[in-house]
Design a protein around this ligand. Structure first.
Ligand SMILES: C[S@@+](CC[C@H](N)C(=O)[O-])C[C@H]1O[C@@H](n2cnc3c(N)ncnc32)[C@H](O)[C@@H]1O
Length: 214
């Protein structure tokens, strides 16, 4: 992180590096800003960040982690957090894959939120999609018992693949059963992308799966 970027935050800088997590662990990283005994809430691909800020404000004692591989978006979100004085969030400028596989311990997460992950519509790019069966297994393993995995997409082709991966994971059970997914979730806040895509009439798909008790 350059000095210019570092100093361009109007308050506390909530960005952390992968090395910080490896060296200190999550409890030390949050310190007094959240209750270290509570499992984490993690949003992967937070985009403009409004959804994560609302989650964090609604549960001020819970440690929240935002993961986003656009450095520009992480910087903008760091500014928003500083302006809003939200203390219980930390931001990681890296991929969801790295965070899930390397930085989160088994049974350490209460909720994962993955809202409108990039669909990579071309067949030759499908392997770049975040949600693959191996990733769904890794996410499930990191959830505490009854912890939640929330996923949303507007893309029909990706929806079929996501639905198959979630339904095929034995560590998870569908909280929306018997429906495979919902088109609308009452009370759910719309993300920035969702607002744009709903205006275009794109079809919404929302999943909520829970980690089965061991
Ligand atoms: C389509 S946007 C959705 C943003 C936001 N969740 C929303 O619904 O408004 C996808 C976001 O995920 C980020 N992203 C895509 N793949 C990622 C990955 N593997 N790890 C972390 N972030 C990722 C992109 O940079 C982008 O900000």
């Amino acid at each position: 992180m350059s000095r210019a970027l570092k100093h361009d935050i109007p308050g506390a800088d909530r960005r952390i590096g992968e090395g910080d997590v490896r060296a200190k662990g999550w409890a030390a990283i949050f310190g007094d800003d959240a209750d270290a005994a509570r499992p984490l809430v993690v949003e992967i691909g937070f985009g403009r960040g409004e959804f994560l800020i609302d989650l964090a404000l609604a549960a001020p004692a819970t440690p929240h982690v935002g993961v986003e591989y656009s450095t520009k978006r992480v910087l903008k979100m760091a500014r928003r957090l500083a302006r809003a004085a939200v203390a219980n969030v930390r931001l990681l400028d890296c991929t969801g894959e790295i965070v899930v596989h390397d930085l989160l311990a088994p049974a350490s997460v209460q909720e994962f939120w993955i809202n409108f992950p990039d669909p990579w519509p071309k067949k030759r790019h499908h392997r770049r999609r975040l949600l693959q069966p191996e990733m769904v297994r890794a996410l499930a393993e990191r959830l505490v018992a009854s912890g939640s995995l929330h996923v949303a997409t507007d893309h029909e082709g990706y929806a079929d693949a996501i639905d198959a991966a979630l339904a095929g994971e034995p560590l998870l059970e569908n909280a929306f059963a018997p429906a495979p997914f919902l088109r609308d979730v009452p009370g759910r806040r719309a993300t920035a992308y969702e607002v744009e895509w709903r205006a275009e009439g794109r079809p919404m798909h929302f999943w909520h799966y829970r980690r089965c008790a061991a």
